[in-house]
Design a binder for this molecule. Structure first.
Ligand SMILES: [Zn+2]
Length: 320
């Protein structure tokens, strides 16, 4: 088989798998906050309780074919399910292409190349990276939707994601292409170096989001979920990345008048994290301090920016 045909087949496979995972995420979002099992019983109509036939359970296509209605009783299903399946399929296609097919063409990898001369993103490593980053994005999608449905955050989901984010790099150090630990720790290329990168990312994400969001006037569960989401992003992507992502989210939220008292900023955080993952190499090529883990001034600058972004709302509060 020639390369073009193979690439087309892999792309098709990514879209199909993405659609199925999207469908599974819909199940998680609906069932996990209610304490129900995600596997049993199988998909069924909430009104007539008829099991959904396998050929009526094909992501996106079945929704369009049945015009969003149950085949048995005509109950309508929200278009949201099909939209989520389509979005997840596209994200799988995009990340799968950059990381799996093109061997991490979206990732800054100069660190490895300089230190060991190794080319790390071969077939196998590229696909592991792909699964790692898709785990992060799928977790965020679930958390955002659960939040939108005003359900309580699923602790199991958070725990699972954090375990993967922090522990997987112990086995595969290449999962953290930008190290968050300074070179004086001298464990940069080992699993422990990658683990330290996840831990510093977790701490940076928590501290920065807590500080920035509280300054914006966010409180209660909105604050908790935004902080948890950025902590997870930090543990998967390391501290320079989460610092940039949270700062961009705060800037976007405060200048687009997204009311932090009414809703958490996890939605924009998810979108910015996805864009970051896809354009990581391009971004740090222009802003090289985001690649340098010993450049702690980046974090201080982010704290200052968080204060500057909060000034308009603090000012409004004073004059009211
Ligand atoms: Zn029905």
């Amino acid at each position: 088989m020639d390369v073009t045909t193979e690439n087309w087949l892999i792309s098709l496979w990514l879209v199909v798998i993405g659609g199925c995972i999207g469908s599974f995420l819909n199940v998680i979002v609906y069932r996990v906050p209610l304490g129900l099992s995600v596997t049993h019983p199988g998909s069924h109509c909430p009104r007539c309780k008829h099991a959904v036939r396998w050929y009526d359970n094909i992501p996106v296509a079945s929704w369009i074919w049945l015009r969003g209605k149950c085949r048995d009783c005509g109950e309508s299903f929200s278009v949201r399910y099909a939209v989520i399946e389509a979005i997840v399929a596209m994200i799988f296609l995009a990340i799968g292409h950059c990381e799996g097919l093109s061997g991490g063409s979206n990732l800054p990898s100069t660190f490895y190349l300089a230190e060991t001369g190794e080319v790390l993103y071969g077939d196998f490593t590229g696909w592991i990276l792909c699964v790692y980053h898709l785990t992060l994005i799928c977790t965020l999608i679930c958390l955002v939707l659960i939040e939108y449905d005003q359900q309580t955050i699923a602790r199991k989901l958070l725990g699972f994601s954090l375990l993967v984010g922090l522990l997987a790099p112990l086995i595969w150090p290449f999962l953290h292409p930008v190290r968050s630990t300074a070179s004086w720790l001298e464990m940069s290329t080992s699993g422990w170096g990658a683990f330290a990168s996840g831990v510093t990312g977790f701490v940076a994400g928590t501290v920065l989001a807590l500080f920035a969001m509280a300054l914006q006037g966010m409180r209660g569960s909105a604050l908790t979920s935004t902080v948890l989401c950025s902590a997870i992003v930090g543990s998967f992507l390391g501290w320079p990345a989460v610092t940039a992502i949270v700062t961009t989210t705060v800037a976007f939220g405060s200048f687009s008048n997204l009311n932090p008292k009414k809703m958490p900023w996890t939605g924009p955080l998810l979108v910015i994290t996805t864009i970051w993952t896809l354009a990581w190499k391009m971004i740090v090529a222009r802003l090289s301090f985001l690649e340098d883990p010993s450049y702690w001034q980046t974090f201080v600058a982010a704290l200052v920016l968080a204060v500057l972004c909060a000034l308009p709302s603090l000012w409004k509060k004073r004059t009211n």
